[in-house]
Write a protein that binds this ligand. Sequence first.
Ligand code: SAM
Length: 228
Amino acid sequence: MSYRFDVLTLFPALFDGLRQESLIGKALETQIISLALHNWRAFATDRHSTVDDAPFGGGAGLVLKPDPLVKCLRAEVPADSRKILLSPSGRRFDQKLAQQWSQLSGITLICGRYEGFDQRIEAHVDEVVSIGDFVLNGGEVAAMAVMEAVARLLPGVIGNAESLTEESFADGLLEYPQFTRPRDFEGQTVPDVLLSGNHAAIAQWRLEQRMARTRAVRPDLLREPVTK
Ligand code: SAM
């Protein structure tokens, strides 16, 4: 059975490229994953199909109303799908969450717009998640980032499954530096050890590089317990 992604968005056409290209496009074609897009504007009941309104208490912009969105969730999303609200105020998305979610049968990603969601929508979701400490115009790019991170962990999506175990974050460290041909690029040469054919020395060098890079760029990762 396909891993099922459901996405609630007011701008479904933004997903056209993702659906057609690259590994996600291929995973859809081979039915390793499925993607159902839901525009909850269809559940607005007034003449203008309104999905947003002015905030109580005043303030800038418009807030997404709860009723059409929650109606859409109830009518179109499988009950057992994990429902994730995308918001800068959420828990930070990371590789561990991607791994956890890849073990489920599917997830639902809810993309906000404008000033974000009426607070009462949170009672109808399982998690509120942010992809980083910055503000996007809408949740669609965040949903695509989460989809890619989860989908590439599913069996059959990445050609070489070994590459997953050696990647950044797979075991709590960043990846080692990679080199390909040519051996000399404008005076920058490939480290000798990588040309030595000595696999033990290469493995040792790579581990040292991973430690040094993580210490320099992301010391916070070294403070977290290392998980396999
Ligand atoms: N007023 C909100 C705030 O200050 O937190 C920002 C709303 S933002 C302009 C509109 C929508 O984009 C949000 O509802 C959310 O769905 C999405 N979004 C923006 N930044 C995001 C992030 N870092 N992670 C996940 N979703 C994000």
